[in-house]
Every structure is written in C-alpha cells, then in structure tokens.
Design a protein around this ligand. Structure first.
Ligand SMILES: [Zn+2]
Length: 282
C-alpha cells in the first residue's frame, strides 16, 4: 500500500441501533432447532434457519479454538477492496480428495474469489498434513455438525473464518466461494450477532440472533437462497490483518455441504439480480 492508502475504518458496519431494530428470533430446543418465534418468521423460515445452543461435540472446543488460532492465514474473507473487511481472513480445509478439486474450483470464482496462487499455497499446506489443527476439522466433526441439524447434503469443506470487523449483509454465491446447499457454522471464539434480511420476498423484515462460543447455526433452502445474512462481531475492530497466533478475532468454522448444479446456480442468481435489494447484496 502506498502512503496515500486510506487508513482502515474502525467504525462498525452495524450500529447498535441497527441491530436493535432487527427482531430477535427464537429457535426450537429440539433437533433440527428451527425458528419457532415470532410466528411469521417461524412460518417463513421453519427449519431453513436453525440454531443450537452449546452443542455437544466429541472435539474439545478449547482445543479446536487453539488449533484454529495457530493456523497460518492466507485467504481474504470478504472483499479485499473494503477497508473494513480486508483485515479478516479465511481458510479452506477440504474433507477428502474428491471434494478438494470441487471446492478449489468454486473458491476461485465470484466477486470475493480467493486469488489462485494463495489458494494453491493453502491447498498445498493442507495437503502436506503438516498444518497443526487441520486434523481436528475432520469428517467426524463434519458429521456431528450435520447430524445436529439433520443435514443430508454431503460435507465438502470446512472454512474457518477470522473476523477483524463486521461482515456486511451479503448472499453466499452458490457457484463461487459461497458454495454449499447447506451451510453450518460453529461459533468457536467470541460472541457474534447474526443478521438476516428477507431481501427478496420481504426486504423490510430483518431478524437477529446472538451466538456464544459453542453455539452453531445452519441455513439452507429459503434462508440460504432468498435471504441475505451479515455478522456483527459486537465491537471487535482490529486495525491490522489477521496472522498466525492472532487472538484478537472472532473465530467461526463454516461447514459447506452439497453443491448446486449449474442450472440451480443460474436460477438462484437470476432471482437475486432481478431484485434491487438482492442485487445490492451480491
Ligand atoms: Zn485475527
């Protein structure tokens, strides 16, 4: 960056007022932990949006947290052009050789695509088996997360995320780095508030729910294909990019399951582009 580079903004994307005006969702205590209140949200979301509190895993959460903190972090999470997002990082850990190529191809597509060289470095590092902690992001953990929310789609890849700032409302592009028919997220370290906007069908309706470490949530169907989501990291604003060993960030672990075919991707994206609210979130 040159001397004229803009200093990163530390302003949160979501003001506390914005968050408070979103209506809080309540979830069932029983699997698959779908939305139960308010009634109109329960009717529209049902089990397309789920959240489970303090889920039981055979992997120790503290051990998982430490291993994810220790990882080298190479891939930008969110737009590299955004001063607020460009400090956050993500990683990609595929679950088998078959999903490796599919995941890598999807990740190098789209507006927030991983640069090919960086993704290659990431894949080589993972593939060597020498990265501490990758072994905790195993097929066993993936299957526990899928079972929690009764997800049938095949697990493709884990995506650890390291947030140094809020992540604005956006849509996970299904034919690109936002791939996955069902997306499960384990909240690993620090609190967060998830914001959901029914951008296509009820753009005035915004909802929220708070996550503690150990909580997990999932989206598929209506919540995944017709709604935008964003993440408030509750005041975390770190002016520097994330590095190996960084303890300042909120850490979450996405599990991306099942891929849409090309026809489905085109249909989903066509609906987004046709709506002013949807297009704005792409
Ligand atoms: Zn960090």
């Amino acid at each position: 960056m040159g001397s004229n580079a803009k200093r990163p903004s530390l302003e949160p994307i979501f003001s506390s007022k914005y968050i408070e005006t979103a209506v809080e969702l309540r979830f069932s205590d029983l699997p698959p932990f779908g939305v139960v209140a308010p009634p109109e949200a329960a009717a529209r979301f049902g089990n397309s949006l789920c959240c489970a509190r303090n889920i039981a895993l055979s992997t120790d959460l503290d051990e998982l947290t430490e291993s994810l903190i220790a990882q080298p972090k190479t891939l930008p999470w969110g737009s590299a052009q955004s001063s607020t997002q460009s400090r956050s990082r993500k990683k990609l850990i595929w679950l088998d050789e078959g999903s490796r190529e599919q995941a890598a191809q999807l990740m190098t597509n789209g507006p927030n695509a991983a640069p090919r060289q960086k993704l290659h470095e990431e894949l080589v590092a993972n593939g060597s088996g020498g990265v501490r902690g990758s072994s905790l992001c195993s097929l066993g953990l993936a299957n526990e997360l899928r079972q929690c929310f009764e997800v049938d789609d095949v697990p493709l890849a884990f995506q650890p995320n390291y947030a140094h700032a809020d992540f604005p409302l956006h849509y996970d592009l299904p034919g690109a780095d936002g791939f996955g028919r069902s997306i499960v997220t384990l909240n690993v370290k620090a609190k967060a508030t998830i914001l959901i906007e029914e951008s296509l069908d009820h753009p005035q309706c915004r909802w929220r729910f708070e996550l503690q470490p150990g909580d997990a949530w999932a989206m598929r169907g209506y919540a995944r294909t017709r709604c935008a989501h964003g993440v408030s990291v509750m005041g975390i604003a770190v002016p520097t990019p994330c590095t190996a060993g960084c303890r300042a960030c909120r850490v979450s672990l996405n599990l991306r399951c099942g891929a849409h075919d090309e026809g489905e991707v085109a249909e989903i994206e066509r609906d987004w582009l046709a709506s002013p609210e949807g297009a704005e979130r792409m």
